[in-house]
Write a protein that binds this ligand. Structure first.
Ligand code: ZN
Length: 487
């Protein structure tokens, strides 16, 4: 490490409040979030007025809510002054920061659509280009590419919160975290995690190979005792390795499953194989990745309420739904400065839960496990996203193709893709053309290369022999019981 890098690292560490929290303390994330409120309470007469006390003392859930509304007003003012998109949007709605005094008032603020961010990313940026430290691109729910800008403070804050979350699940300076996100394109969450560990003085190793034996060898070489990675991949490693290695002898302290839903069947399989807690994590690139992490109660994921305000709405009426009732999650970034998003629609279905939690947390709220998405996106292989639009663009332009559905099945850890094409004309030439265009789709190529799908298959049915079905039924996923199958 060069002297300059060392100086930068020292400076970065000083800025991180998670540094002051003891390693492996179970309440690290809550303490970290509460410290943010304490700092702001000292600094801001407005927050002291909102909370209505001269001394903060013990922080309650309602203090947390006041802090969130206070930060929401500040962010609203900030984006109206600095982002063309929000200035225009909020002025048109006739809404001002001071109009937001209660939780219900949030509903007056118009929602931000992912499509707007994809269409005009530059109108969201609040700082000059020279202050942007990193730009993240993401392919979103419908394949729309979105660009987010992060300042140095934004990146440090993300790293700080990840570090606090890792301490909460028990990671200390003596432990090694293995970061396992094979075949994840766009931007690499592994880099952020690795940065969080380095800055916080914890050990980590990025292992992106899809080869199960190589992953196990890396664990042995680095004495890995905590893992984080794609849920389906961690499960695959478990299933393929458990008969050849004594996984319980690795002494794992925790396994964190990220980016994909974790079913209870998968969780139980991993717990019994490794002999440690298996926790779910949920985040969004648009929010800087780290949003929530599960605790040992296995009953919902704790939110980083100091940095994010999370609401649950009815996607039709756009009104709040009560805690515990299913709805769409909507996120507001309370700390970001580069391109902060307010009331950003996730299109993810879940529900909210209030503290206290059995783990001892009293001020941080929770979300339930994400149940699914409002759109028709699904994943194959290690997480390559597929969605109707991807195939619409490839298949529908072929002459003679009228409609199609895709049936997804799983056999022997591999996805089987059967395209049922409704056609008119010469079946042989249509079939050849369809297979050709499918072979050109990157997402399928990736999965094929890793031997995670069978070569796509095409079945032709004559025009009129299939019933019309809405676009949301284009992909028929029959893999629902996949994780229930014991191998
Ligand atoms: Zn908890």
């Amino acid at each position: 490490m060069s002297i300059l890098q060392r100086v930068k690292l020292t400076l970065a560490r000083r800025k991180l409040s998670s540094q002051k929290i003891a390693s492996g303390s179970g309440d690290a994330l809550e303490v970290w979030a509460e410290n943010k409120i304490r700092t702001e309470f000292k600094r801001s007469p407005e927050l002291r007025e909102s909370i209505g006390r001269k001394r903060l003392g013990t922080i309650s859930r309602s203090d947390m809510r006041e802090f969130q509304l206070h930060r929401f007003r500040q962010q609203m003012k900030y984006v109206m002054e600095n982002s063309y998109y929000y200035k225009k949007k909020f002025e048109a709605a006739g809404i001002r920061p001071e109009d937001i005094q209660t939780w219900d008032d949030l509903q007056k603020v118009p929602l931000t659509e992912p499509a707007d961010l994809a269409a005009e990313p530059m109108t969201f940026i609040c700082v000059s280009q020279s202050k942007v430290m990193r730009i993240f691109s993401t392919s979103g729910t419908t394949g729309m590419r979105k660009r987010l800008s992060y300042t140095q403070d934004d990146v440090l804050n993300i790293i700080d919160s990840i570090s606090a979350a890792l301490k909460t699940v028990g990671l200390t300076e003596k432990d090694t975290l293995q970061i396992m996100f094979p075949a994840v394109a766009a931007w690499d969450p592994g880099l952020m995690l690795d940065g969080a560990c380095k800055v916080a003085g914890m050990r980590s190793v990025i292992s992106s190979t899809a080869d199960v034996d190589e992953q196990i060898q890396t664990m042995k070489a680095h004495e890995t005792n905590m893992m984080i990675g794609l849920t389906s991949f961690l499960y695959r490693v478990t299933i393929l390795a458990k008969d050849r290695y004594d996984l319980s002898s690795f002494g794992m302290k925790a396994i964190i499953c990220s980016a994909e839903p974790l079913s209870e069947a998968m969780r139980q399989e991993m717990i019994s194989s490794w002999g440690c807690p298996v926790l779910a994590q949920y985040g969004m690139t648009e929010m800087g990745l780290a949003t929530s992490i599960e605790c040992d109660q296995y009953d919902g994921l704790h939110l980083n309420d100091a940095d994010f305000l999370v609401e649950c709405i009815d996607p039709e009426t756009e009104e709040h739904v009560p805690d515990g009732q299913p709805g769409e999650l909507v996120f507001t970034s309370l700390s970001m400065k580069g391109s902060p998003l307010l009331r950003y629609r996730s299109y993810d279905l879940s529900f909210t839960m209030e503290p206290p939690c059995g783990c001892g947390f009293k001020t941080l709220g929770k979300i339930g496990k994400v149940q699914g998405r409002l759109d028709a996106q699904t994943k194959i292989g290690y997480g390559q996203k597929i969605y109707p639009l991807l195939f619409d663009e490839a298949i529908l332009p072929i002459s003679g193709v009228i409609s199609y559905t895709l049936q997804l099945n799983r056999e022997d850890f591999r996805d089987r893709l059967l395209f049922i094409i409704e056609y008119e004309g010469d079946p042989e030439s249509i079939k050849t053309e369809v297979l050709d265009v499918l072979n050109d789709i990157n997402e399928l190529q990736e999965a094929l290369k890793n031997d995670l799908i069978f070569p796509p298959e095409v079945e032709l049915v004559p025009n009129g022999s299939v019933e019309f079905s809405p676009k949301s039924k284009t992909i028929v996923d029959n893999r629902e019981n996949y994780d229930e199958v014991r191998v």
